[in-house]
Design a protein around this ligand. Structure first.
Ligand code: ADP
Ligand code: MG
Length: 209
């Protein structure tokens, strides 16, 4: 995976977030403040602008720049969380021009660690960690088993989507939704839903490469 692969990922993620903007906002309307779709759409638009203004030369630079733009542009919980995820990933990639599947796994593990350190959420707290963690786990396993990158990312995407769906019966213990207590039960977590979109975008980028 080279720099253009990671740029393709960002482009796919931005397109998906824009297409699902209203859906993400509806999910956030049920258990939050109805801004998640708008937040991420604004954030990814800023990311694409930043990448166009200052074209990065390495995969790591793509992701560090993306994360920085998200932190700059998105208020609320998700901007710093996704921003940290992309920045940590980019840092883990260093200045390598080409990333192996094992390198991608290590970087995503670093991203997950960054998110959990910043937000303090564990799996089961009904946050984006509930999609992120199983996706990273599934990807690590598939890569270790020698799966083709596309297939490994398909498995990871499925795990993220299942993780997002599995947030429905949970009661939120972190973030704004936790203020609702038991009334947060019965709704999908918006951040888990957007994390599944971002993994699906990664899968599509691999299909183009
Ligand atoms: P805000 O809650 O500030 O309005 P968003 O609506 O953009 O921000 O994002 C809400 C999402 O952020 C939630 O659905 C959840 O997935 C995620 N989130 C909130 N707090 C945390 C946390 N502490 N750790 C991980 N994810 C979190
Ligand atoms: Mg919100």
């Amino acid at each position: 995976m080279d720099t253009s692969f990671f740029l393709a990922w960002i482009k796919e993620a931005a397109t998906a977030v824009q297409a699902e903007r209203d859906h993400l906002t509806q999910l956030d309307a049920a258990i939050g403040d109805a801004d998640h779709g708008a937040n991420l759409d604004r954030g990814f638009a800023a990311v694409r602008q930043a990448l166009a203004d200052t074209p990065p030369e390495t995969p790591g630079a793509v992701l560090v720049q993306a994360g920085s733009a998200l932190i700059r542009k998105v208020g609320g919980a998700s901007g710093p969380l996704y921003g940290t995820a992309f920045r940590q990933m980019g840092r883990a990639l260093g200045d390598a021009p080409e990333i192996t599947p094992a390198g991608l796994v290590t970087a995503l593990e670093a991203a997950q660690e960054g998110v959990q350190k910043l937000g303090g959420a564990a799996e089961g707290d009904k946050t984006l960690v509930d999609a992120f963690a199983p996706a990273v786990r599934a990807l690590a396993q598939a890569v270790q088993d020698g799966a083709k990158l596309e297939d490994a990312l398909e498995t990871a995407t499925t795990a993220a989507e299942e993780g997002a769906r599995a947030t429905v019966p949970l009661q939120a213990r972190k973030g704004r939704a936790s203020y609702l207590g038991p009334r947060s039960v019965g709704h999908e977590d918006p951040g888990a839903a957007s994390t599944a979109l971002i993994f699906a975008a990664l899968r599509r980028a691999a299909g183009q490469a």
